[in-house]
Design a binder for this molecule. Structure first.
Ligand code: CA
Length: 237
């Protein structure tokens, strides 16, 4: 079985060593980089499954590193920061981090987050393909650039809306409960409640459906949750 390869980009050697030994104990392979440039180089050279990225780095900041990574990859990224500032947290998430830990953190907590993200990816078919299209060709989702089109016109979605559609469209035929949508879209410890998902879905339907009251692309399965419509497995290459 191929081992999972995790990259640590962090300039504090002591922290790198602790994280590395914990990750290796869990059975992961680890690549370490000690500044932003080296981090991007190592990311290019290896087939990385998950990145643990420090925010404050020499040469290139964590923000710059994640921007470059996101230009070409959907790889999960956990941001590590010493700043407790909420603005930085929001910034990191906006730039595409999947999760966040604030220093000082316990290695055990970090391991739980790594495992949770990897579980999420394995459990659900998070796509590596770049474009998802509905069978009728009317809706098109560009996963590389996070853009969405209907009949060739761009539809502007919020990050949350985009992530929710991505979850549904990446797994045609699967019915998602509201809890699953929250877990996949926002992460386990996101403090969302079920009805928030209904509101997002309502807003998405206004934007993408011809008739939001009779939705064709995001279907409600009563008593269960939601599923995509207009896609089959063959539409995913
Ligand atoms: Ca640092």
């Amino acid at each position: 079985m191929q081992k999972i390869l995790i990259e640590i980009i962090e300039d504090e050697k002591g922290i790198v060593n602790i994280m590395k030994s914990y990750l290796e104990k869990e059975g992961y392979d680890v690549v370490c980089a000690y500044d932003g440039e080296e981090g991007l180089e190592a990311f290019e050279e290896n087939d990385i499954d998950l990145v643990i990225l420090d925010l404050m780095l020499p040469k290139l900041s964590g923000e710059e590193v994640i921007k470059s990574i996101r230009n070409k990859s959907e790889v999960p990224v956990i941001m590590v920061t010493a700043k407790v500032d909420e603005d930085n947290k929001i910034d990191g998430l906006r730039l595409g981090a999947d999760d966040y830990v604030t220093k000082p953190f316990s290695p055990r907590e970090l391991m739980e987050r790594v495992k949770a993200i990897l579980r999420r990816i394995k459990k659900y078919n998070i796509p590596r393909a770049d474009i998802i299209k509905t069978e009728d060709g009317r809706l098109e989702m560009d996963l590389e650039y996070n853009r969405f089109f209907k009949d060739g016109e761009e539809v502007f979605l919020t990050k949350n809306e985009f992530q929710i559609i991505k979850t549904l469209f990446s797994n045609p035929n699967k019915i998602f409960t509201r809890e699953e949508i929250i877990e996949i879209t926002f992460g386990l410890d996101y403090d969302a409640y079920d009805r928030a998902i209904d509101t997002h879905i309502k807003n998405i339907r206004q934007k993408i459906e011809d008739n939001p009251k009779k939705p064709a692309y995001i279907k409600t399965i009563y008593g269960m949750g939601y599923k995509s419509g207009g896609l089959d497995d063959a539409s995913k290459k």
